[in-house]
Design a protein around this ligand. Structure first.
Ligand code: GRF
Length: 201
């Protein structure tokens, strides 16, 4: 299945998708970043995947940026759009256009800790468990139907860095698995719910 992956940073989740691409029937047609310095662009180039940079600072409105982003995505005719650490808030027009075919990974057990600094916030809230969620993207930031989660224990001596590292290891396993459900046609957004093999998740 043809995919476009959107990133803003290190791209370790992108790397796990690249490494598993054959097994999960994924053809990454392009990697798009809003940041020129994103290390994930180098990962893509090493895997011979075309890259594009669209610097959000060059656009005066969110709508203009999203429109350009949509134009570039559409050139590749993807059947799935994967947000892998893409740190931009998207307009509802944009999310609506790709509803049901856009997935995001978020480093918390949603609906807890939407937004940024999730690891520190989980520690500050004295959570005993933390983790990662993969969800369909809708207009609500980090609020679309949840598909799957992985959990880790929060340890007494954890700081945000140590916790993020363990969560990231889970991300790298969970994301390719969920993407595979989608490429197999088993994962569908139906009536506002994520469904796997016809069952609501
Ligand atoms: C991950 O923690 C992901 O859940 C979040 O941003 C981070 C991206 O990391 N959305 P990487 O760029 O994939 O290494």
């Amino acid at each position: 299945m043809k995919a476009v992956v959107l990133i803003s940073g290190s791209g370790s989740n992108l790397q796990s998708l690249i490494d598993n691409a054959n097994d999960i029937d994924l053809e990454i047609e392009a990697v798009i970043s809003n940041k020129e310095t994103a290390y994930g662009l180098q990962r893509a180039q090493q895997a011979n995947i075309p890259t594009q940079v669209i610097d959000h600072k060059q656009f005066s409105t969110r709508e203009d940026f999203d429109q350009k982003l949509g134009q570039i995505i559409d050139q590749y005719k993807p059947e799935i759009i994967i947000l892998a650490g893409f740190m931009r808030i998207l307009t509802s027009e944009f999310t609506q256009k790709y509803v049901g075919k856009m997935l995001n990974i978020h480093p918390s057990l949603l609906p807890k800790f939407q937004g940024l600094n999730t690891h520190q916030r989980a520690i500050d809230a004295k959570e005993i468990e933390h983790g990662v969620s993969v969800h369909f993207v809708t207009a609500e930031l980090d609020g679309g139907p949840i598909i799957a989660q992985s959990r880790v224990n929060v340890l007494a001596n954890d700081d945000a860095t140590s916790l993020a590292k363990r969560v990231l290891a889970e991300e790298h396993k969970l994301f390719p698995e969920v993407v595979h459900w989608f490429t197999q046609g088993r994962l569908v957004l139906e009536g506002g719910h994520a469904t796997l093999d016809g069952r609501i998740l």
